[in-house]
Design a protein around this ligand. Structure first.
Ligand SMILES: [Zn+2]
Length: 280
């Protein structure tokens, strides 16, 4: 599922192609992706609206219209957002769930093979209510170690806490695994058992791995594509995610994959990320 670096990459690709353009003939081809809005109202609201800006919040791509309504798209597993000059090919149209013409003659398309992604249309009031329930953005310059302390509350596994969107936005399974490896912390530890030295290491690891993944335009395991339709490149730089059974890059031990922590796959090094306290 696209996480912060993937959605940020998509949004940065789309923004210069979409911002300032008027929308023509917006069409929902698969109404089951809509949340809280009918096909009719969605299309009517978007028709001839101008896109004022395109940005990311958590794992959502947000299109701010001149009416101040927001189109919020969460690509999830197989969703792809692309801008194409001129007409869309048959293949591009095949899994299209939403298409719209742009003022310059190009087309914006949201394709989703499995249709796990969602689209909603939120008024300013609905957006601020929704936004207020999502935690802070970890790459925000304002996001310091004090803000990160909010993640380290409660007895849930630290891996789950990192992925809890109410505590911090944008981190999912891939980057939670990677950050915990970098900080050498056992993913199953209760969040509130992390001491201050570990907290500092984890804070730096979360930000570093997100910044690096963004530089490599995200991780393509299977379906994720950038806003230009290309694969990301961070999959070649992962330390643990998807590497169960392979040697740890740090100590050579065989990495272990478990589903016991949160039902998702967790890969870690039993030696580098052991529970034993490190000697001071
Ligand atoms: Zn190791």
């Amino acid at each position: 599922m696209p996480e912060l670096p993937e959605v940020e990459t998509i949004v940065r690709d789309l923004e210069p192609l979409v911002r300032g353009h008027r929308l023509y003939n917006p069409t929902i081809h698969r109404p089951d992706v809509l949340r809280g809005v009918s096909k009719r109202r969605f299309e009517r609201t978007l028709s001839r609206a101008v896109v004022e800006s395109v940005y990311r919040r958590a794992k959502h791509a947000v299109f701010l219209l001149n009416s101040q309504d927001r189109v919020v798209i969460q690509p999830r597993m197989t969703g792809m957002l692309l801008v194409r000059p001129g007409r869309l090919s048959k293949a591009e149209l095949k899994y299209a769930v939403f298409t719209t013409g742009l003022g310059n003659g190009s087309k914006l398309v949201f394709r989703d093979v499995r249709r796990l992604g969602t689209i909603s249309l939120l008024s300013p009031r609905q957006w601020s209510e929704y936004d207020s329930k999502i935690g802070p953005e970890p790459l925000d310059p304002q996001f310091g170690e004090e803000a990160f302390a909010r993640v380290l509350t409660g007895r849930a596994a630290i891996k789950k806490a990192l992925m809890d969107q109410r505590k911090m936005a944008g981190v999912g399974n891939i980057y939670a695994n990677e950050a915990l490896f970098r900080a050498q912390i056992d993913p199953s530890r209760p969040a509130n058992s992390i001491d201050s030295r570990e907290a500092g290491a984890l804070y730096r690891a979360v930000r570093a791995v997100l910044f690096e993944a963004l530089e490599y335009r995200g991780t393509t395991f299977r379906d994720y594509r950038t806003g230009t339709g290309d694969k990301g490149n961070f999959q070649y730089h992962l330390d643990v995610y998807g590497r169960g059974g392979e040697p740890c890059r740090r100590c050579g031990s065989i990495l272990v994959t478990t589903h016991e922590i949160d039902g998702r796959s967790t890969t870690f090094c039993w030696r580098c990320q052991s529970r034993r306290p490190k000697p001071a």
